[in-house]
Design a protein around this ligand. Structure first.
Ligand code: ATP
Length: 225
């Protein structure tokens, strides 16, 4: 698909996460990124967590609902529930391969991750294949180093990094781009913790999500005797 008469391709981005719950640390940097690289569309992909990892506190349905509420009325975002519809853990590469097939070979696709995810990317199933189907766009995150301490990951990164955001729409896949988005020191862990301690977290996530959390009794206060 082309954009008006610019002759450039429309860039679509995907943003996976546990979203337990979704928060401004997810939303704000991606909104800024959309301005930075002229992104038209971002698809949120709430994912399943493998059984051997700590499970989300909210159910799949609740995490999906929170993602939907967070972006309601915001034309940049949509939510895709495909990973939650499977019983099996989410393998990002498999979802991206499916999306690549659906969108065709010419559509530029970018997968967005935070710096913390980049640092451990070498642990992901078939991580080196990610750039065969999409670009990777990395959001800086407070507390996570820019340096990669894994040689194989560093070599792969060096071979694909670009500072030219135009590459992300000129090519369908294959580049890594470090976004210049603002740092937001927010995590879902902090939100769950604040709630467990009975503290306010209205500054960390949209009101609609906070109201839903309240109505569902999620991340309840832990009383100590
Ligand atoms: P938790 O604290 O439960 O581990 P989280 O806040 O890291 O959760 P996830 O749903 O695991 O949120 O993250 C989804 C994606 O968003 C990941 O790629 C993560 O790196 C990125 N991300 C989350 N919070 C931020 C943030 N504040 N800044 C930049 N990227 C972020």
């Amino acid at each position: 698909m082309t954009l008006g008469n610019t002759g450039e391709n429309e860039l679509m981005a995907l943003f996976g996460g546990t979203f337990d719950p979704i928060h401004y640390g997810h939303l704000r940097p991606v909104e800024q990124l959309a301005c930075e690289i002229q992104l038209e569309k971002v698809i949120l992909l709430p994912n399943n967590v493998p059984p051997h990892r700590p499970q989300p506190e909210a159910s799949s349905a609740q995490r999906l609902k929170m993602a939907q509420l967070a972006v309601e009325g915001n034309p940049l975002f949509s939510v895709d529930s495909r990973e939650l519809q499977r019983d099996t853990p989410s393998y990002t590469i498999e979802t991206l391969e499916t999306l690549r097939k659906e969108r065709g070979t010419e559509q530029p696709l970018a997968f967005i991750i935070g710096q913390d995810s980049l640092l451990t990317l070498y642990k992901w199933y078939r991580w080196e294949s990610l750039l065969d189907v999409c670009h990777l766009v990395v959001l800086a995150r407070p507390g996570y180093a820019r340096e990669l301490d894994t040689p194989a990951l560093q070599r792969w990164y060096d071979a694909h990094i670009t500072e030219d955001a135009g590459q992300l729409r000129q090519r369908p896949q294959g580049c890594i781009y470090q976004a210049n988005t603002p740092l937001l020191d927010i995590s879902a862990t902090e939100i769950r913790q604040r709630r467990h301690e009975g503290r306010d977290c209205s500054d960390l996530l949209p009101f609609s999500v906070e109201r839903y959390i309240e109505s569902q009794g999620l991340y309840r206060e832990h009383f100590t005797s």
